[in-house]
Write a protein that binds this ligand. Structure first.
Ligand code: AQP
Length: 334
């Protein structure tokens, strides 16, 4: 298919409601993000009005390389477009290009109890990794609530890790409405799919850009193999001849997302009987992951060859998002 171009005219009515989803440009788009969220976004855009946002203001709440952020933001746009986000169907934009996000977040801090923010699981986990905990990390869910409610979205497709934040978004909407006017903001629902928590290659934590336990969706076949080789498997398989339990092995779970049904059966059987070693099993997985993402890799290469197109798409997306954002902020200021 032809490369996407920036849409010439807004295709959405200015007061649209529907879907909002965001992703941080804190690293490369990985298979956890893809299976848990982005794959679903591509489906949703076919039937719903969708706003997809690269949330760069969220990405600066953790340790990050400032000089690399513009490139990472661009790369995330390329990955999303290559994965199937269609600028003719959905609005794709960068959070900091629409300043109403941070403006609404500030207004929301006045209805958000600090105690609620402190009990967020993601805050507690990420705060452990910071020597001096940043206020931005604590306020992350307030900005996320602003992201969603600025577009009065009622559906937020996310992985399991974000469900708690969407519950807080609902609470913020309720508190706002109770104080300033019933029905102003909807109470959005999280939409969680079947791949809600993909584990990282370390087998210990969820797959996360900032932990580096990932497989990027644009990685070359050889790089995918090099990532998978040392990945954690069933610890009972100490030697090649020790049988294993596929259900407790992350590699088996990944096969369930990338391999055909007959292969998944074979993997389970060869694991239980030690017919395959873990490396054999990983080799098959590496080939299947590479095959699934082959068309996306090709499309990304085409997009990277035309960076101006990608920038146009993001600029047009910000313009379209801002039409809705301004209207909401007008109501908020009133
Ligand atoms: N391991 C995962 N399994 C399923 N879904 C996942 N998501 C993230 N990791 C997994 C979902 O991907 C969307 C975008 O995530 P994000 O970039 O907003 O932030 P995150 O959840 O914090 O993702 P990462 O990769 O762990 O980033 P870092 O390390 O920078 O914090 C969300 O819908 C998320 O649920």
């Amino acid at each position: 298919p032809a490369l996407p171009t920036a849409p010439l005219a807004p295709v959405l009515p200015p007061t649209s409601v529907g879907v909002f989803a965001g992703i941080q440009p804190s690293g490369e788009l990985h298979i956890g993000n893809y299976l848990g969220a982005v794959r679903r976004w591509v489906e949703l855009q076919r039937q719903h009005e969708c706003f997809f946002c690269i949330v760069d203001y969220h990405a600066i709440t953790q340790e990050y390389d400032a000089s690399a952020l513009p490139q990472r933001t661009f790369d995330m746009a390329v990955s999303l477009l290559a994965a199937g986000i269609d600028p003719d169907r959905a609005v794709l934009f960068v959070q900091s290009h629409v300043p109403e996000h941070t403006e609404l977040a500030w207004a929301f801090t006045s209805v958000t109890p600090v105690g609620e923010l402190e009990r967020m699981t993601q805050f507690k986990e990420k705060a452990q990794r910071q020597e001096s905990v940043l206020a931005g990390l604590l306020n992350y869910p307030v900005l996320q609530a602003a992201d969603v409610l600025l577009y009065k979205a009622d559906t937020v497709p996310v992985g399991e890790d974000q469900v708690q934040h969407i519950e807080l978004t609902r609470e913020i909407a309720r508190k706002w409405n109770a104080r300033y006017g019933e029905g102003f903001f909807p109470e959005p629902q999280a939409l969680v799919g079947d791949a809600k928590r993909i584990m990282g290659l370390d087998g210990q934590a969820k797959m996360s850009k900032s932990i580096g336990n990932t497989i990027g969706i644009l990685e070359e076949p050889e790089a995918i193999w090099q990532r998978l080789r040392p990945a954690m498997t069933d610890p009972a398989r100490v030697t090649r001849n020790d049988p294993g339990t596929p259900e407790i092995c992350n590699i088996y779970h990944l096969h369930r997302h990338f391999s055909p049904p007959a292969t998944i059966e074979e993997v389970a059987q060869k694991c239980r009987t030690a017919g395959w070693g873990c490396l054999d099993c990983k080799r098959v997985l590496a080939d299947n992951v590479a095959r699934v993402f082959e068309p996306i890799r090709q499309r990304a290469a085409e997009l990277k060859a035309h960076p101006e197109r990608v920038r146009e798409i993001l600029a047009a997306g910000a313009e379209r998002a801002q039409v809705v954002a301004r209207e909401t902020m007008h109501g908020v200021r009133e």
